[in-house]
Structures are given as structure tokens and as C-alpha cells.
Design a protein around this ligand. Sequence first.
Ligand SMILES: Cc1cc2nc3c(=O)[nH]c(=O)nc-3n(C[C@H](O)[C@H](O)[C@H](O)COP(=O)(O)O)c2cc1C
Length: 227
Amino acid sequence: MKISLGCKPLAIPSPVWVIGSYGSCAQPNIMVASWGSICCTTPACVAVSLKVSRATYANIVEHQAFTVSVPSRDFLFETDFIGNVSGVSVNKFSATGLTAVRSNVVDAPYVQEFPLIMECSLLHMLEIGSHTQFIGQVMDVKAEEEVLGENGLPSAEKISPLIGSAGERAYYSIGKWLGQAQLVNNWLAENLFTCERLADGADIDFGNLEFGNLPLVTPDCFKARKS
Ligand SMILES: Cc1cc2nc3c(=O)[nH]c(=O)nc-3n(C[C@H](O)[C@H](O)[C@H](O)COP(=O)(O)O)c2cc1C
């Protein structure tokens, strides 16, 4: 039975991102943001939502830029610290021993020790309520070579990012690899004709299966997959 928990933004899991920005005297600062996500493919954009009280808020407005550094689980304690003290009172790079690197594409610093970086130019700001959403256009992505998978793109397993659980206010690490996205296409291509309810000799282009284009799929196919 589902229990109603009321009006809460409990999207679980959430990212644990470290947002880099410069203060007015070019002082590099970092904060943690979990209210964030990919928000557009073209142009490539990510969004983070910040309270106006964050030093990072004014920094981004002034410099029209921010970076997203993705910490690996090895940096749990540094990350938690970065998310609990303000750059107004503490130089978080000095305090943690992390290294600020000036981006070569936007006016913001990133964290050298973290394996994946997105360097963003401020595209839009949307005042929502308690938080303002900052939409950043990704001008470059930088990744440590050792976190790249066989296809040359970052592998979640190799990055081993921290993951947030909003309601619990807790950190997790990632679980095991389950399969490639669109794995259902390959599975259907291999097993479609074993599903009892499918019409014999159906003319299906297996190279072009789309979710909206699968009239022969029934719940039995999915049950068969699990058994
Ligand atoms: C796990 C975690 C997630 C957080 N997510 C956000 C967030 O999405 N937006 C926000 O405004 N503050 C968030 N915070 C709080 C800020 O990181 C924190 O207030 C920080 O001290 C602000 O630093 P600054 O004043 O130097 O910008 C989060 C803190 C933690 C620990």
C-alpha cells in the first residue's frame, strides 16, 4: 500500500555536484548542489537550483558562469564539508586541500582532484520560490582518462560518484552495472517470437524498434524476462 507523504520534492536519487564559482575578488569558491540535473541536449545544458543566501548565487550572477565538478566517493568528507560551510567565512579550497583550476572556457574554477567536470556559461535564471534555477550551457566537459569507458565516454562505475537521497539527507555510492540503455530493443529482437501471444511471422524491423512502435509487446513478455 502506498502512503501519502505530502508535497515534497523527493526525487531519489539526486546528484551530488560541487559547483565552482569566483567571488568578486576572483576568490575561488565551491558549494554542494543536489538540486540539479541534465536539462537539455541541444544546446547541452545542466541546471542547478540555489538559495539566494549562497555565496555561489551572487558569484554566478556576477561572472555569468559556473562549473560542475563530480566528486568520487573517495571525497565524501571533503564534499560534505563543502556543503556545510559558506565561502563567505571559509576558503574551502585551502581548508580541504583541494586544488582550484581556472577554466579555460568560462570564468569559473573547477576541482582538479574530481574526475568529471562540466564548464558552464549561464544561459537562464528562473526564480521559482525558495530556490532559483540556474541553467548553464556546457561549454566543455573534462574527464580524467582513467574514468573513460570503452566508448571514450565517462563510465559511472569508474567515476564512482556520490549519490544523494533527499528525504534521508544521506549519501550513497552507486550499485552495479545493469545493462546498456535501450537494452529492451536487443532483448525483444532476440526473444520476441518466444512470447506466446505474438502473432506468427510478424514483420518487425528489429533495427528500428521504438517504445511507441511495439504493438506486439504484452505484459507476458516482461514476466517471461523475469522468470
Ligand atoms: C548534500 C548537499 C546538497 C546540497 N544541495 C544544495 C542545493 O541543491 N542548493 C542549495 O542552494 N544548497 C545546497 N546545499 C547547501 C550548500 O551547499 C551550502 O549551503 C553551502 O555552504 C553554500 O556555500 P556557499 O555559501 O559558499 O555558496 C547542499 C548541501 C549538501 C550537504
